[in-house]
Design a protein around this ligand. Structure first.
Ligand SMILES: Cc1cc2nc3c(=O)[nH]c(=O)nc-3n(C[C@H](O)[C@H](O)[C@H](O)COP(=O)(O)O)c2cc1C
Length: 137
Protein backbone atom coordinates (compact mmCIF):
# COMPACT_ATOMS: atom_id res chain seq x y z
CA UNK A 1 0.00 0.00 0.00
CA UNK A 2 1.67 3.18 -1.18
CA UNK A 3 0.43 6.23 0.71
CA UNK A 4 0.79 9.93 0.12
CA UNK A 5 0.12 12.75 2.58
CA UNK A 6 -0.68 16.07 0.89
CA UNK A 7 -1.17 19.09 3.10
CA UNK A 8 -1.69 22.82 3.01
CA UNK A 9 -0.50 24.84 5.99
CA UNK A 10 -0.31 28.58 6.53
CA UNK A 11 1.20 28.78 10.01
CA UNK A 12 2.76 25.33 10.40
CA UNK A 13 0.27 23.39 12.56
CA UNK A 14 -1.10 21.25 9.74
CA UNK A 15 2.44 20.69 8.50
CA UNK A 16 3.46 19.23 11.88
CA UNK A 17 0.48 16.86 11.91
CA UNK A 18 1.13 15.88 8.27
CA UNK A 19 4.79 15.15 8.98
CA UNK A 20 3.98 12.92 11.93
CA UNK A 21 1.30 11.08 9.90
CA UNK A 22 3.73 10.52 7.03
CA UNK A 23 6.23 9.06 9.50
CA UNK A 24 3.58 6.88 11.14
CA UNK A 25 2.29 5.50 7.83
CA UNK A 26 5.66 5.44 6.07
CA UNK A 27 4.06 7.67 3.44
CA UNK A 28 5.42 10.15 0.94
CA UNK A 29 4.61 13.74 1.78
CA UNK A 30 4.04 16.84 -0.32
CA UNK A 31 3.11 20.41 0.58
CA UNK A 32 0.41 22.27 -1.34
CA UNK A 33 1.63 25.76 -2.21
CA UNK A 34 -0.58 28.59 -3.37
CA UNK A 35 0.75 30.48 -6.39
CA UNK A 36 0.14 33.79 -4.67
CA UNK A 37 1.81 34.13 -1.27
CA UNK A 38 -0.87 34.30 1.42
CA UNK A 39 -0.56 36.65 4.38
CA UNK A 40 -2.60 36.11 7.56
CA UNK A 41 -4.62 39.23 6.71
CA UNK A 42 -5.38 37.85 3.26
CA UNK A 43 -6.36 34.54 4.86
CA UNK A 44 -9.03 36.34 6.89
CA UNK A 45 -10.17 38.89 4.30
CA UNK A 46 -9.99 36.81 1.10
CA UNK A 47 -9.40 33.21 2.20
CA UNK A 48 -12.33 32.95 4.60
CA UNK A 49 -14.98 33.98 2.03
CA UNK A 50 -13.31 31.60 -0.47
CA UNK A 51 -13.42 28.78 2.09
CA UNK A 52 -17.07 29.45 2.94
CA UNK A 53 -17.92 29.38 -0.78
CA UNK A 54 -15.94 26.11 -1.23
CA UNK A 55 -13.92 27.91 -3.88
CA UNK A 56 -10.54 26.99 -5.31
CA UNK A 57 -7.35 29.01 -5.38
CA UNK A 58 -4.42 28.78 -7.81
CA UNK A 59 -1.86 26.27 -6.55
CA UNK A 60 1.58 25.24 -7.77
CA UNK A 61 1.81 21.83 -9.49
CA UNK A 62 1.93 19.12 -6.79
CA UNK A 63 4.94 17.50 -8.46
CA UNK A 64 3.75 13.96 -7.75
CA UNK A 65 1.82 11.43 -9.80
CA UNK A 66 -1.34 10.82 -7.75
CA UNK A 67 -2.09 7.71 -9.84
CA UNK A 68 0.86 5.94 -8.23
CA UNK A 69 -0.71 5.88 -4.76
CA UNK A 70 -3.18 3.45 -3.19
CA UNK A 71 -4.26 5.96 -0.54
CA UNK A 72 -4.11 9.73 -0.55
CA UNK A 73 -4.37 11.59 2.76
CA UNK A 74 -5.22 15.29 2.45
CA UNK A 75 -4.89 17.77 5.32
CA UNK A 76 -5.71 21.46 5.64
CA UNK A 77 -6.58 24.06 8.26
CA UNK A 78 -10.17 25.13 8.80
CA UNK A 79 -10.94 28.72 7.89
CA UNK A 80 -14.37 30.14 8.76
CA UNK A 81 -15.75 26.67 9.29
CA UNK A 82 -14.47 25.11 6.05
CA UNK A 83 -11.10 24.00 4.65
CA UNK A 84 -8.69 26.61 3.33
CA UNK A 85 -9.35 27.00 -0.44
CA UNK A 86 -6.12 25.18 -1.43
CA UNK A 87 -7.87 22.01 -0.21
CA UNK A 88 -10.58 22.44 -2.87
CA UNK A 89 -7.94 22.93 -5.58
CA UNK A 90 -6.29 19.68 -4.52
CA UNK A 91 -9.50 17.65 -4.42
CA UNK A 92 -10.20 18.86 -7.98
CA UNK A 93 -7.02 17.05 -9.11
CA UNK A 94 -7.87 13.65 -7.58
CA UNK A 95 -7.94 10.78 -10.05
CA UNK A 96 -11.15 8.73 -9.75
CA UNK A 97 -11.13 5.43 -7.88
CA UNK A 98 -8.70 6.45 -5.12
CA UNK A 99 -9.10 5.86 -1.41
CA UNK A 100 -8.90 9.31 0.16
CA UNK A 101 -8.60 10.16 3.85
CA UNK A 102 -9.07 13.67 5.19
CA UNK A 103 -7.79 15.51 8.24
CA UNK A 104 -8.35 19.06 9.30
CA UNK A 105 -6.70 21.17 11.96
CA UNK A 106 -8.62 23.89 13.76
CA UNK A 107 -8.63 26.10 16.81
CA UNK A 108 -12.16 25.26 17.87
CA UNK A 109 -14.53 22.38 17.47
CA UNK A 110 -15.26 20.42 14.32
CA UNK A 111 -18.45 20.99 12.33
CA UNK A 112 -20.70 18.34 10.84
CA UNK A 113 -21.33 20.70 7.90
CA UNK A 114 -17.61 20.70 7.01
CA UNK A 115 -17.46 16.92 7.23
CA UNK A 116 -20.47 16.50 4.94
CA UNK A 117 -19.23 19.04 2.37
CA UNK A 118 -15.67 17.71 2.17
CA UNK A 119 -16.69 14.06 1.99
CA UNK A 120 -19.15 14.95 -0.77
CA UNK A 121 -16.44 16.80 -2.72
CA UNK A 122 -14.23 13.70 -2.60
CA UNK A 123 -16.98 11.27 -3.57
CA UNK A 124 -17.99 13.61 -6.41
CA UNK A 125 -14.54 12.89 -7.87
CA UNK A 126 -15.30 9.16 -7.90
CA UNK A 127 -13.09 8.46 -4.87
CA UNK A 128 -13.93 6.63 -1.65
CA UNK A 129 -13.48 7.99 1.87
CA UNK A 130 -10.89 6.09 3.90
CA UNK A 131 -11.16 8.20 7.04
CA UNK A 132 -11.92 11.63 8.47
CA UNK A 133 -10.23 13.36 11.38
CA UNK A 134 -10.72 16.73 13.06
CA UNK A 135 -7.68 17.78 15.05
CA UNK A 136 -7.88 20.64 17.53
CA UNK A 137 -4.51 22.43 17.56
C1 LIG B 1 -8.08 32.86 8.42
C2 LIG B 1 -8.30 31.86 9.53
C3 LIG B 1 -9.57 31.41 9.82
C4 LIG B 1 -9.77 30.45 10.83
N1 LIG B 1 -11.04 29.99 11.07
C5 LIG B 1 -11.22 29.01 12.01
C6 LIG B 1 -12.53 28.47 12.24
O1 LIG B 1 -13.53 28.86 11.62
N2 LIG B 1 -12.66 27.50 13.18
C7 LIG B 1 -11.59 27.04 13.91
O2 LIG B 1 -11.77 26.15 14.74
N3 LIG B 1 -10.33 27.53 13.70
C8 LIG B 1 -10.13 28.49 12.76
N4 LIG B 1 -8.86 28.98 12.54
C9 LIG B 1 -7.73 28.37 13.24
C10 LIG B 1 -6.98 27.39 12.32
O3 LIG B 1 -7.86 26.47 11.71
C11 LIG B 1 -5.96 26.58 13.12
O4 LIG B 1 -5.11 27.41 13.86
C12 LIG B 1 -5.15 25.68 12.19
O5 LIG B 1 -4.61 24.61 12.93
C13 LIG B 1 -4.01 26.44 11.51
O6 LIG B 1 -3.33 25.56 10.64
P1 LIG B 1 -1.94 25.95 9.95
O7 LIG B 1 -0.99 26.37 11.08
O8 LIG B 1 -1.48 24.72 9.29
O9 LIG B 1 -2.19 27.08 9.01
C14 LIG B 1 -8.66 29.95 11.57
C15 LIG B 1 -7.37 30.44 11.28
C16 LIG B 1 -7.18 31.38 10.27
C17 LIG B 1 -5.79 31.89 9.95
Amino acid sequence: MKKLVIYYSLSGKTRKVAQSMAKQYDADIVAIKEKKRRSTISAYLVGCPQAMGHRKTAIEPLGVNLDEYDEIIIGAPIWAGFPAPAFNSTVAQLPPGKKVSLFFTMGGKSSTKCEAVTKQAVTNKGCTIGGYQSIQC
